[in-house]
Design a binder for this molecule. Structure first.
Ligand code: ZN
Length: 149
């Protein structure tokens, strides 16, 4: 017999799915194949970014277009039921994303948002990720003048 109620089971399964959502796996595989190593879900950082590159002071978020209201056809969908409720929830996500982005930048981190819809074109995604990884961020007082890898 299942020790969880159906509702708990549903949440539990949703959480498991969320942890390894396909768009995030695509990003992870792409970077890993190119030799970039990362830490998953930086626990000490605002917003717990999906991928963290501590030495480079870079983080990547992989955002679902619907939940984070991307301005694309997947992000502009309006649910048929409880539209106001879901809209408020998604707008809450967007507001939180904005605060998270600012907090990370204030701490000196470069932030890249990869949208789910941008993970469908493998060549473009790879080019974008590599550009981001190679870009030198804004100099921080502690490491101005130091060579970067
Ligand atoms: Zn999108």
């Amino acid at each position: 017999m299942d020790v969880l109620t159906p509702e708990q089971r549903r949440r539990n399964m949703a959480a498991i799915r969320n942890a390894n959502t396909k768009p995030e796996m695509v990003v992870r595989r792409t970077l890993h194949r190119r030799g970039y190593r990362y830490v998953l879900r930086g626990r000490n950082l605002p917003g717990r970014p999906d991928l963290v590159f501590p030495g480079r002071h870079k983080v990547i978020f992989v955002h679902g277009c619907y939940w984070h209201m991307h301005e694309c056809r997947y992000g502009c969908v309006t649910p048929r039921t409880n539209a106001a409720f879901w809209r408020a929830k998604r707008e809450g996500n967007v507001a939180r994303d904005r605060r998270t982005l600012q907090a990370l930048r204030d701490l000196g981190w470069d932030v890249l948002i990869v949208w789910e819809c941008e993970t469908k074109d493998a060549a473009r995604l790879e080019a974008r990720l590599i550009d981001y990884m190679k870009a030198v961020g804004l100099p921080r007082s502690a490491d101005v003048g130091l060579p970067r890898d």
